[in-house]
Design a protein around this ligand. Structure first.
Ligand code: ZN
Length: 319
């Protein structure tokens, strides 16, 4: 029986159960949080995380995959607290979440040295704990696959090849980063069946998404509620068509919800909701609106529901 590392230790893969594959229990810049801790309310952050995860639990969610990496304020002790208090498992990652910037620390070390950092998180433990990373995270966004981003991707790829850990790559369809990201993984010898290209659902361009699926990767339809990139109805039209084409086995559905996020001042959330930039963004939206809509359209049945929320995350996380 293959096992998967969670913040509470290794479990049998079968125990993962119903999975939300891309949610953040907290998202903040660790440097700002370390320098100005008085700007953050840890208790409020914890309360928000518990509320979001408990809401997901009430919809049947048993495991949350949290791809918060370096620069997103990854904190496995915080994640473990949320897992302990909710009874929902949390799966943590290693990697670097940057759209281009790299600290001088990594500027002056090569790809293999960077990969060693990731490997020690996977094999030894994270942040001085025994909690191990179960997967690798990297990102490409509007700037495209710059020299620094390529370096991170190659380091992630080499750590994957060496450890067998799967990869989740944040992508930006509007900048067509996906194919280039897959190219790098392929060149480095990564098993593309263990790669998840996140945020593909931000585009309506089915040819673009189909092109990625044809290469054997998982595609993330994982930003439901972030209408600023694409509204829910259009995301559903994409999901329905991909399901009709028989691609349930390649789809990951989630919300990329952040229980708290420090990117904006507190009043911005209300503004975003008012302007329609976000709509019902939460850790339950896919169960409350998306699955019912896809079922109503005849695009999703019990089998494809199981495939997407149970089988795919398990297959991606195990060999
Ligand atoms: Zn995310």
């Amino acid at each position: 029986m293959p096992t998967v590392e969670t913040v509470q230790g290794a479990i049998d893969a079968e125990e993962l159960g119903l999975v939300l594959v891309h949610e953040h229990v907290r998202f903040r810049d660790e440097a700002v949080a370390a320098e100005w801790p008085q700007r953050y309310d840890e208790q409020a952050e914890l309360d928000a995380a518990l509320e979001a995860v408990n809401a997901a639990k009430s919809r049947g969610v048993q495991t949350i995959v949290d791809p918060t990496a370096m620069f997103g304020g990854r904190d496995v002790r915080f994640m473990k607290r949320v897992a302990d208090e909710t009874g929902v498992r949390i799966v943590a990652c290693t990697g670097i979440y940057s759209y281009d910037y790299l600290p001088h620390y990594f500027d002056n070390r090569d790809v293999d040295e960077m990969a060693d950092h990731f490997i020690s998180d996977i094999e030894g433990g994270i942040q001085g704990t025994a909690i191990k990373a179960a997967f690798l995270k990297c990102a490409a966004d509007a700037a495209g696959v710059t020299e620094n981003i390529e370096k991170i991707h190659r380091a992630v790829a080499r750590a994957s090849v060496q450890t067998g850990a799967p990869i989740m790559a944040h992508s930006m369809p509007a900048a067509a980063t996906g194919p280039r990201q897959v190219d790098i993984f392929e060149q480095e010898g990564v098993d593309l069946a263990r790669v998840q290209i996140a945020h593909c659902g931000d585009t309506e361009d089915l040819d673009y998404i189909q092109g990625l699926i044809d290469r054997g990767v998982y595609v993330g339809l994982d930003r439901y509620g972030l209408d600023m990139y694409l509204p829910i109805a259009k995301r559903n039209a994409t999901a329905a068509e991909l399901l009709r084409r028989g691609h349930a086995e390649r789809l990951m559905i989630s919300q990329d919800y952040c229980a708290t996020i420090d990117w904006f001042p507190p009043e911005a959330a209300e503004e975003f909701a008012k302007s329609g930039a976000i709509r019902n963004w939460s850790m339950t939206l896919v169960f409350d609106e998306v699955v019912p809509a896809l079922r109503e359209q005849g695009a999703m049945d019990d089998d494809s529901y199981r495939t997407i929320f149970i089988d795919n995350p398990r297959r991606w996380l195990t060999a």
